[in-house]
Unconditional design. Structure first.
Length: 484
């Protein structure tokens, strides 16, 4: 009995595939596979042919439903290649279009509702005013497609779609994202949110300080664009979509998007570096406290020093309004701390003439201010007696003097940030082989011009002297084999 059933199934398939003179009127052929068949004189005019696989079929004198009786559609379903073709207002509902090539095709006004477009290549295609209700674009390629006024619903599938960017207006206008590329999964998450706004997608939440600074710079640079907050949308998994309205139709959204993201990511990196530095300082402090305990009974001064340092570091801040850490301990290298014998002979930590960490005339790290830390750094450059180090110290002093002018126009936060950046460059000059300092100095040189230009009293300085100074710094570092 089983053998007869298998035989009958095979014969049925042969009949369908050859279908010579077969009458399929009123037949339900949903999902049937006619691939590579050669039907002749076959009647499909009133058959249900949804999702039929017509790949490689060679029709001869066959009758089709009215909506399928279009040479463009038959060609697409059989040859699977419609690149660059015109499918204006074509009826492509419920068709089996898996893997078809429709790159650069014009599908304006076409009805793709329910169509199976899995794995299809729709790169740079025009999908304006397309109806795609319930369609499947799973693993399809949509990069560069235009989706102006298209119609989708909750049943339209975009699982694992490949899309680096799309356009909201034809021809290729209003790019999303305005700059850069979508990351995997972004398009699927955002496709229902697209409007004519300037959009920023933040993964795993927003860094408030970085956002504030980037937004401030954007509003300052593009004051005439008429920017205003449209909405903040929670997309799940901690992701946020921030949308800004732009009233100026001629505003360069690509440049705006790029500037904002560069500023945001730059500050984000600086904050992360500060967090890591804080962890290192805490570890160093714990180590130092352990060493100093040995001398507690021999030196009252050392007891006071430990107490002072504990208070300085017990409440560090990561707030960018105070973009430095109170305290500081010479450098991040605990090997700089030298201890003498137990009779109290301590060098490098305490003594009558020390001006570094502790002692008379404290002006450095223990003084708790970034300006003092910078003074120590430049002093170390000058003590090296290297002519190039002296030149570097002189250039950094010029920057420090300009930034600390009472009429610089910089906010306290920006002033401290700028001084910290200068200190990073100076430290690299004293430790040219330190990879961490190299990264910080590179970021510092990138960030300094942006910060300095925000000072109303530094406009002339930024225009006349800043380029020469930064070029000079790079030249000196380059002479030491340091490339930023």
């Amino acid at each position: 009995m089983l053998g007869f059933a298998i035989y009958f199934l095979i014969e049925t398939i042969k009949t369908i595939k050859n279908a010579t003179g077969t009458d399929f009127r009123q037949a339900d052929l949903t999902g049937a596979n006619f691939s590579d068949a050669t039907p002749q004189n076959t009647e499909f005019s009133t058959a249900i042919i949804a999702f039929v696989n017509w790949t490689g079929v060679n029709f001869t004198r066959c009758q089709f439903p009215d909506y399928f009786n279009d040479s463009r559609i038959i060609q697409l379903c059989t040859h699977r290649d419609g690149r660059g073709q015109n499918y204006h207002h074509a009826d492509l509902k419920n068709l089996h279009l898996q893997g078809v090539i429709l790159s650069d095709a014009d599908l304006t006004g076409a009805d793709l509702s329910g169509a199976d477009l899995r794995y299809a290549n729709l790169e740079r295609s025009n999908l304006s005013e397309v109806q795609a209700l319930g369609s499947s674009f799973t693993e399809a390629i949509l990069t560069g497609a235009c989706i102006q006024h298209w119609g989708i619903n909750s049943s339209t599938q975009f699982t694992d779609v490949q899309c680096h960017y799309i356009y909201l207006k034809s021809p290729q206008v209003e790019r999303k994202p305005a700059s850069g590329l979508f990351k995997p999964g972004d398009f699927e998450k955002l496709v229902n949110q697209f409007t004519n706004t300037l959009d920023f997608l933040f993964r795993n939440g927003i860094e408030p300080q970085a956002f504030d600074l980037a937004l401030h710079n954007l509003l300052t640079e593009y004051e005439q664009a008429g920017l205003s907050l449209h909405s903040v949308v929670a997309l799940g998994d901690g992701d946020r979509l921030v949308r800004l309205d732009v009233t100026d139709p001629n505003a360069d959204k690509g440049a705006m998007h790029q500037q904002f993201m560069q500023d945001y990511e730059s500050v984000q990196k600086q904050l992360q570096a500060e967090r890591e530095q804080n962890v290192d300082l805490q570890k160093q402090l714990e180590h130092t406290k352990g060493q100093l305990t040995v001398y507690r009974e021999q030196s009252t001064f050392l007891q006071q020093f430990v107490y002072h340092q504990t208070n300085q570091f017990s409440r560090p801040t990561l707030n960018t309004s105070q973009a430095h850490f109170k305290g500081g301990f010479m450098s991040n290298d605990s090997s700089n701390i030298q201890f003498g014998n137990v009779q109290g002979d301590v060098s490098g930590v305490a003594g009558g003439d020390n001006t570094g960490v502790a002692g008379k005339g404290i002006t450095g790290a223990a003084g708790g201010d970034i300006s003092g830390t910078l003074t120590i750094t430049m002093g170390q450059l000058e003590d090296s007696k290297d002519p190039e180090a002296l030149k570097l110290a002189d250039l950094l002093k010029q920057l420090k003097t300009a930034i600390e002018k009472p009429d610089s126009g910089l906010t306290p936060k920006d002033r401290d940030k700028a001084l910290k950046h200068i200190d990073s460059i100076g430290k690299l000059g004293t430790e040219p082989n330190n990879a961490d300092l190299l990264d910080k100095a590179g970021d510092a040189l990138d960030a300094l011009p942006t910060i300095i230009k925000r000072g109303n009293g530094l406009i002339e300085f930024a225009e006349k002297y800043l380029p020469t100074i930064t070029t000079g710094i790079k030249a000196i570092l380059g002479g030491w084999g340091i490339s930023l």
